[in-house]
Ligand binder design. Structure first.
Ligand code: SAM
Ligand code: SF4
Length: 347
């Protein structure tokens, strides 16, 4: 693991305001990837993401409309954002999802549009999304055991998600990435089976360390299974994993089981943060730029938007947000985000 560990030490901030495109933050990181939460609602209730009961959702008038989202995406493209990922909550609950993809894909400067989804609605929609311009999907699948899957998602059916995975594959939404959040005592006994999906399929299977977001901190507290432990367990059965080159700012450290068609990725947000190569910013469904997943810093874009700000004015707010983006999270010092849960942030 050491070979791949990154420096987490915070460099000095540059006082210079970013006028370059793509914009660089005050630590010199190029910020060109926007993760857009389309809604905080979801048709699952994963144990590591949402509380079982009492989840509060944003009133609908608070959510950015399609037209507002497209205006923001144009301003973001002008500030140099090149990749957009739609997430949620469950992004496929948005009725305007196909039109949104089509409109965002047509914005000059946007090179890549992807989606992270729980897959429940992909079965019918995958070819339509592809035709609208979606490049790729990441699909969450935490267990291959239908009962365990139902338990972890609090009610969803594995076979529906599996049909979604096959539909995405067939529609050419590739390379397909599958995500599993591993929680000790829940699905950590399935790591070998999940990794085995890559033996015959050219997919990337990504293991994510569970993070202590608000509402689920209890699950995360004792539930984190470190990447180092996962690699040990996999190597005990499959032999040494082949370490692959890590593309730019992808948080997943890629490996391959010898001879496998696909790859395995590890997202070690808790035990080995990747803040030094962070290239992203988040837009919440109610129009806030959220500057670091695991901190509460936000900048309001919606008020300006609803008061008639021009695209240039929105671009300046986005550039300011890039400028003041914090270096990284404070989990080692016990700083936990409290403002929003993961379902309102989009991962
Ligand atoms: N509903 C979609 C899905 O589940 O793929 C998109 C939204 S979900 C919030 C985005 C990603 O965050 C998913 O891969 C999910 O597994 C991950 N996630 C949710 N809660 C998490 C937590 N506490 N720690 C780590 N990852 C989490
Ligand atoms: Fe919904 Fe995704 Fe959160 Fe699961 S991880 S509850 S599918 S938003």
């Amino acid at each position: 693991m050491n070979r791949r560990q990154q420096s987490t030490r915070q460099p000095p901030r540059s006082p210079h305001y970013p006028t370059d495109t793509p914009a660089h933050d005050s630590f010199g990181r190029r910020i060109d990837y926007l993760r857009v939460s389309l809604t905080d609602r979801c048709n699952m209730r994963c144990v590591y993401c949402m509380p079982e009961q009492g989840a509060q959702f944003m009133p609908r008038p608070e959510l950015l409309t399609s037209a507002e989202l497209i205006t923001v995406m144009r301003a973001a493209a002008a500030a140099g954002f090149r990749k957009i990922r739609m997430t949620g909550g469950e992004p496929m609950l948005r009725r305007d999802i196909v039109e949104l993809i089509r409109a965002i894909k047509a914005i000059p400067g946007i090179d890549h549009i992807a989606m992270t989804t729980n897959g429940l609605r992909l079965h019918k929609q995958a070819p339509i999304l592809k035709a609208a311009g979606l490049d790729r999907v990441n699909i969450s699948i935490d267990s291959l055991n239908p009962d365990k899957f139902r338990q972890m998602t609090r009610g969803a059916r594995l076979e529906e998600v599996w049909a979604g995975i096959e539909a995405a594959h067939d529609a050419g939404l590739v390379p397909l990435k599958l995500n599993a959040v591993i929680v000790r005592g829940l699905n950590d006994d399935e790591v070998l089976d999940l990794a085995a999906l890559t033996l015959d399929n050219a997919w990337e299977f990504r293991f994510i360390e569970v993070m202590p977001l608000t509402g689920v901190a209890g699950v995360a507290q004792d539930g984190v299974v470190s990447t180092a432990e996962l690699i040990d367990r996999l190597e005990a059965v499959y032999g040494p994993l082949e370490a692959l080159d890590q593309p730019g700012s992808d948080p997943a450290r890629p490996y391959r089981i010898r001879g496998a068609a696909g790859t395995i990725g590890f997202i070690s947000s808790v035990t080995d943060p990747f803040c030094s190569t962070c290239n992203r910013m988040r837009l919440t469904a109610d129009g806030r730029l959220h500057l670091c997943l695991l901190r509460d810093n936000e900048i309001d874009l919606r008020t300006a938007l609803r008061h008639g700000a021009t695209q240039e004015e929105l671009e300046q707010i986005i550039r300011h947000a890039v400028h003041v983006k914090p270096w990284g999270h404070g989990l080692p010092e016990g700083v936990l985000p409290t403002l929003r849960g993961m379902s309102a942030l989009g991962g």
